[in-house]
Structure formats: C-alpha cells, structure tokens
Design a binder for this molecule. Structure first.
Ligand SMILES: Cc1ncc(C[n+]2csc(CCOP(=O)(O)OP(=O)(O)O)c2C)c(N)n1
Ligand SMILES: [Mg+2]
Length: 332
C-alpha cells in the first residue's frame, strides 16, 4: 500500500477541512436562498472519501455516488468553483447550472454522479466497471451508497452479476446510521450490512469509517483485488452525518448527545491530533492552512456569485433528441 506519511496527514487535514468548510458555506448560502432545491451535506463522513483517494489511481479509477455528492468530485480533481457555481444554477457550473446539487458529474475526472434515486447508482457502478473490463482497461470503480440504499433489491441483482462476471468494482456502503429519519436498527433483522455480500461469496467486511487510515487500508485491499481481476468487494464504512438528512430535517429521530458522541471521534480532529502529537506542523502552520482553506472557500463563493445565469436557449441545448425517432414525426 502507498505509505501513509507526514504529507498524507497534512493533505488529509487540508482536504477534509476544505470539504467541511465548503459544505458549511453551502448551508449558509442555502439559508440565504442563493442555492435552491434539495441540499444533502456530507459533514462527518469525510474520512470515507479521504482514505479512498489515498489509494485510488485517479488516472484510471472511477467513482459514483448518491446525492450527497459535492465533495467527492473535488477529491477527484474537479474545480470546486465550478461545483459551487453548479449549486447556484450558474452557467459556469459543472453541468452549466442545469443539474444542481444532486447531479454533479465529470466524465473527464471519472466522477459519474450524483444520483437522486436511492440505490440507482449501484447497478450503474457495476456497469462502469463492466465497460472497463470489456475494453481491457484496468480501472476500478468505487460505488458508494447509503445504508438505506443497501436495502434496495437492485443491490442483490448487481452483487450477483458483479460476482458472476468478476467486475472490477468496490461497493462501499456508507452506514451513517440513518436513511432520512429511519435508523438502521429499525430497518432490518440485524444491523451488519456488510454480511449481505457473504451470500454472494463476495469479500466483505466492516470498516471504521471515521478513520482515514482504516479506510485506506481496507480500500487498498479491495482495489488491488479488483485490479488483479479477482472481482468485487463490499465494505461497510461505519460513519455518521452531523447535519440533518437534507436542509429541511428537524432531526427528531436522534438526540443532541448522540451527535456529540460522534463529534468526539471526528475524522478531521483525529488527523489533527496525530499532526500535533507527531509535531508534523507548528500551530502557526496549522493556522496558515486554516486561513488558506477559508480563502479558497470564499473564492468559490465569489466565483459562483459573479457568474452569469444560463441563457434561456441553453435549456434546449441540453435535451437529448433523436432526430429519426419515429414518434416525433408529428413535430416535423
Ligand atoms: C427509490 C427512492 N426511494 C425513496 C427516495 C427518497 N429518499 C431520498 S434519500 C432517502 C434515504 C436514503 O438513505 P441512505 O441510503 O442511508 O443515504 P444517506 O441519505 O444516509 O446518505 C430516501 C428514502 C428516493 N430518492 N428514491
Ligand atoms: Mg444513511
């Protein structure tokens, strides 16, 4: 596995802090009604992404996830200014302002969305992996989904075919404890989601999703397994979201104490503790990173604010129309 060094910790701190503050900013501008529609934030779950990125090969590996999808593309190399502009509905956004919060997408950077249908991305992730295998490329597709999505039937159909065809895919359930307001313990006979993979003889295991080191180790094993042609793995990342399901969530299904308990094992704090303990950075250097992150977030906001809205005509440019489709004849 790629070594976890001083630089890794510093990058993790910087990246995760940026993702956290980027989303805090989104929450703030959402309240000001500058960003509309749904908004699902990732605060608390950052280690799941940071650990994976450490061991992925971004020149060929791909990623797909659900609607909690603003920071993953940043990690994959998409310009965060364009992501914020997308949420503002501006023409400079990743989908020219026509997709919005739940639909960030960048084929160039290997980020395949951004999906609002719960579990919809599970078969799509396997499909992307199928394409890599079919064309003889050795990329691996990381397919993220939530604990609620894990209970969709499409997971079983996908797991079956992915194992039968030994597709180069890593299925990752981000078990943040809740699907909207429904806790995992209320939705199934047992709470060990990783065990669902065992029925298909898929290598499956639970992982501490609050710790990027643990995530990187598990992901490295799963990615190498897939890259060697041995097929999929299934990892259950035990994590937690600090904010509500979306911005309109009164959070009556959990206590403030429960949230506070998880904040004690916050991934950013865990990384910062190591940095301080091992004296990787001085307090002054840490402060410089914090300032840099704040400035970067403000730059994104400024870019989104100052960008123009799309022209009306652009609406028609983005619609797929097959010119010879028979039922459209009446329009000719
Ligand atoms: C097929 C489908 N059913 C229901 C919904 C409504 N819905 C949106 S998010 C969600 C909860 C999903 O929870 P989970 O998979 O745990 O992901 P998390 O939000 O925790 O990241 C539901 C039921 C939907 N979008 N799609
Ligand atoms: Mg969930």
């Amino acid at each position: 596995m790629k070594k976890i060094t001083k630089e890794t910790y510093i990058n993790w701190y910087k990246d995760m802090l940026f993702w956290r503050k980027f989303e805090d900013k989104l929450a703030a501008v959402y309240i000001q009604q500058k960003v509309r529609g749904f908004l699902h934030l990732y605060n608390g779950q950052e280690a799941v992404l940071a650990g994976a990125l450490h061991v992925m090969d971004l020149s060929k590996d791909k990623m797909i996830t659900a609607y909690r999808n603003h920071v993953q593309p940043i990690g994959m190399g998409v310009d965060p200014k364009r992501i914020m502009a997308e949420l503002y509905g501006k023409a400079t956004g990743t989908s020219y302002g026509m997709g919005g919060s739940m639909h960030i997408f960048s084929k160039e950077k290997g980020f395949y969305g951004g999906h609002g249908i719960v579990g919809g991305q599970i078969p799509l992730g396997a499909g992307i992996a199928f394409a890599d295998k079919y064309f003889g490329r050795d990329g691996v597709t990381i397919t993220y989904f939530g604990d609620g999505a894990a209970r969709q039937g499409s997971l079983h159909e996908t797991f079956n075919m992915a194992m039968a065809w030994k597709l180069p895919v890593v299925f990752v359930v981000e078990n943040n404890g809740y699907a909207m307001g429904t806790s995992v313990s209320r939705t199934a006979n047992h709470p060990d989601i990783w065990k669902l993979g065992l029925a298909y003889e898929m290598p499956s295991e639970p992982v501490d999703g609050m710790n990027p080191v643990k995530v990187a180790e598990a992901m490295d094993k799963a990615i190498s397994h897939a890259r060697k042609g041995n097929g999929p793995s299934f990892l259950e990342m035990k994590t937690y979201r600090y904010r509500g399901h979306s911005m309109s969530d009164a959070q009556k299904y959990r206590t403030k104490d429960e949230v506070a308990e998880y904040k004690k094992i916050d991934p950013i704090t865990q990384v910062l503790d190591v940095i301080k303990e091992k004296k990787y950075l001085t307090d002054k250097e840490i402060k410089a990173i914090d300032d840099e992150v704040r400035d970067l977030v403000n730059e994104c906001e400024k870019f989104a604010e100052e960008s123009p809205y799309p022209e009306k005509q652009q609406m028609y440019d983005m619609v797929y129309e097959q010119k010879d489709y028979p039922f459209l004849k009446h329009r000719l």
